[in-house]
Design a protein around this ligand. Structure first.
Ligand code: GLA
Length: 713
């Protein structure tokens, strides 16, 4: 066996992780901006040796463990906790047995001979994106069952200065709402018990120096790749630094490992930026693009989509849907998604869920004629499904009345008139899978909108034990099998909007339905929060009708389109109900999106700090030759003359032609230079745009201005 070196080091291009493999689980000695190459790390143990504090443990110890456990010295929150039936083995003190480093990957093998546990920690630091990934597997090496109560893939160390947290909270229709809170001392935690992910807490935590914003401050971020119950917690250590844990939230008795069995913790993704939130988002986006998503937007451009929900709801008329498809194709739309309402008996939300066969009244010849019509128009056909749920009024429920997650003897509680199917039972999962597979085989369906419209509540399987974790494993398995059987199939992750956007889902899906709220004004805040973590090409953003169905607000088509333009663009309305001029304008916005699409879906996300009444975010190409910005006036201006807008990320040496492209029209009250923006554009040195800024035309409340920038030489 090779000797374990005195220090272990992983480097990205801009970040470094140092571990000290001494004592029990390795100590995190450093996680921060890149350290120089060739450092002599032999001295690190001496540097990290602590003075023995008064009235404390007499042995040298640290709180900053990579895998904190109960009993291993300090009394911090554990990343792993378990117990045997007789109440023993509730402490764990791991010994590092082996450390294998191959390029950017470090595998640590740990053992606890007392509690009879094995552990493998796998760390990866990708030099091309500076994101650290941590995975962990625990094995029961004993001869009795082991009840796991907590498991996360280790800890991430944040510095003393990271005392301000940015949390993404929310609720249905208002996902990804940013909230700032202080972590001066003690701990901060968010627990999610809704079982499908949740609208309330995105599995992520951001923290940094007080006042950090888009372009300043040392900022740290952690994400968890898990689509179910989770716990993310930050705890300040005695020396002022903080440990951040992210892992499974388990119910009592949920995970019992038999002798020899193993449990995996979901992957933790961590990065940091010395230049504020923009740098943090760019690193996360790059990692998601290169190492998480099952596609590359450069190779598979994201098709502009028409989704039928808000234009039709349950009222499916095939003649009208075909005419809507005709109109969609002439607008330049590339994918037509038939939303809820197509299944047998699905005329409202009280019936039909669980039976993945077309309604004979609405579709007497099946889905073939509509799918064929759509494909004949040159568009892709997509279909809405909700495989994890069932209405009590459905053939599936009548065939398997006990195949719903519930505790025997307790009342069955419906939500949105539905129950959660026990897909952990193979015979139930395969019935659903076979029906969906048959549809995919029979029709040219290139895309599934995979929805999940209720929480898991008292969710037990047939054995009476909690099935939250097993449900997620079964869900991921179902998606993986369908994708393996239909390699070109794309999938959208939807859970009543943005309830399930995590990287566990994004590893196997292609898009997130960001929110059921399609109001452009509300969407600005929702998309801001979403963009902190996930790249724009997976952010479903639709132009919907005005007045908006969720809020009743009236917005111009220009505002609705500009706000949606920077995501994965879609349309969520019946195009037949638009006037000819509206359709022409929408077609022009779609054409603009397609022209900008390689930039929007491949560039670096940038934003400027929000100020009262105005927000601006954009995207800059990796080579900085092109950029696009959306300036959004969210309320009436807070100053009589608008403040200059600074456009970070541009090349100060380059000269850019800056334009306000069509279909945007010259505003009524403006000056000649501004008029020029809407005609040939202005040529401006990058340095001036970055540092002196640009004064924009006056903008009314709830309007937006799209700007494009192209380097001239
Ligand atoms: C959820 C989705 C919507 C739509 C409806 C259909 O709410 O988020 O987009 O698909 O279900 O029932």
């Amino acid at each position: 066996m090779t000797a374990i070196p005195p220090a272990l080091r992983l480097d990205g291009a801009h970040v470094t992780l140092l571990l000290l493999p001494r004592g029990s689980s390795p100590e995190i000695a450093y996680w921060g901006p890149r350290l120089p190459d060739g450092l002599d790390l032999a001295v690190l143990p001496s540097l990290r040796s602590r003075a023995v504090a008064r009235n404390a443990l007499d042995q040298d110890h640290t709180d900053a463990l990579l895998l904190p456990t109960l009993g291993a010295g300090p009394t911090r929150q554990p990343a792993f906790a378990a117990v045997r039936d007789d109440g023993r083995d509730w402490t764990a003190e791991f010994r590092l047995e082996a450390a294998e480093q191959a390029g950017p990957t470090l595998i640590l093998r740990l053992e606890d001979p007392v509690a009879r546990l094995g552990c493998v920690l796998r760390l990866g630091l990708h030099p091309d994106d500076d994101v650290l990934t941590q995975d962990c597997t625990i094995v029961n090496r004993g001869d009795t069952p082991l009840r796991v109560e907590r498991l996360g893939a280790g800890a991430i160390l944040w510095p003393q200065g990271a005392t301000e947290l940015l949390v993404l909270d929310g609720h249905w229709g208002h996902e990804f709402t940013e909230r700032r809170t202080a972590l001066d001392g003690g701990s901060f935690a968010v627990d999610t018990r809704r079982g499908r992910g949740s609208h309330e807490h995105v599995p992520a935590l951001i923290g940094g120096q007080p006042g950090f914003d888009e372009d300043s401050g040392l900022v740290h971020g952690v994400q968890l790749g898990w689509s179910g119950n989770h716990r993310i917690a930050a705890e300040r250590l005695e020396d002022g630094r903080a440990l951040v844990l992210a892992g499974l939230l388990l119910h009592p008795g949920e995970q019992i490992l038999l002798p020899g069995e193993a449990l995996h913790a979901p992957t933790i993704y961590a990065t940091l930026s010395e230049t504020g939130l923009n740098g943090l988002s760019q690193r996360f986006h790059r990692h998601v693009r290169r190492h998480v998503l099952p596609f590359s937007a450069a190779a598979v451009p994201r098709p502009v989509t028409l989704n039928t929900w808000e234009g039709n709801y349950f009222d499916h008329d095939q003649g009208s849907l075909k005419a809507q498809a005709d109109a969609a194709a002439s607008l330049g739309i590339e994918r037509f998604v038939l939303d809820d309402g197509w299944m047998r008996g699905r005329h409202h939300e009280r019936a039909g869920l669980g039976d993945w066969v077309p309604d004979p009244g609405k579709y007497p010849d099946g889905l073939g004629p509509l799918a064929g019509h759509v494909v004949g128009l040159g568009m892709q056909f997509g279909l809405w499904v909700e495989p994890e749920c069932v209405n009590p009024d459905s053939d599936l429920h009548r065939a398997f009345p006990d195949a719903v997650l519930h505790v025997e003897g307790r009342p069955l509680r419906t939500a949105r008139q539905q129950l959660v199917v026990d897909i952990t039972r193979p015979e139930v999962a395969s019935r659903i899978e076979n029906q969906i597979d048959a549809l995919l085989r029979a029709h040219p369906i290139g895309y599934l909108k995979w929805d999940m419209n209720r929480d898991l509540l008292a969710a037990a399987s047939r054995d009476g034990r909690p099935a939250y974790h097993r449900h997620v494993v079964a869900l991921h398995g179902m998606i993986d099998r369908l994708r393996a059987a239909h390699p070109g199939l794309e999938i959208e992750s939807c859970a009543s909007g943005g309830g399930r956007p995590d990287l566990g889902m994004l590893r196997r899906t292609h898009r997130v339905w960001t929110s059921d709220c399609t109001d452009a004004l509300d969407r600005i805040a929702i998309q801001r929060g979403f963009s902190r973590l996930y790249p724009p090409e997976v952010m479903g953003a639709h132009v919907s009708a005005s007045p908006n169905h969720q809020t009743g607000r009236v917005h111009t088509l220009g505002f609705r389109a500009a706000v949606a333009l920077f995501g994965h663009l879609g349309v969520e309305l019946d195009p037949l109900r638009m006037t000819d001029p509206e359709r022409a304008e929408l077609a022009a916005w779609i054409a603009l999106h397609k022209r900008l699409r390689p930039l929007l879906h491949g560039g670096l996300h940038v934003a400027v700090p929000k100020r009262a009444g105005r927000e601006a975010r954009g995207v800059v190409a990796e080579d900085r030759r092109h950029a696009a910005w959306c300036v959004m006036q969210t309320a009436s201006a807070d100053r009589r003359i608008p403040a200059p807008l600074f456009l970070p990320g541009l090349d100060p040496q380059a000269r850019y032609r800056i334009r306000a492209p069509g279909p945007q029209a010259v505003p009524a009250r403006t000056t000649e230079p501004h008029r020029q923006l809407f005609r040939d554009g202005l040529v401006v040195p990058g340095a001036l745009l970055v540092q002196a800024g640009l004064v924009l035309p006056e903008m009314q409340a709830e309007t937006a201005l799209v700007l494009t920038l192209d380097a001239e030489d």
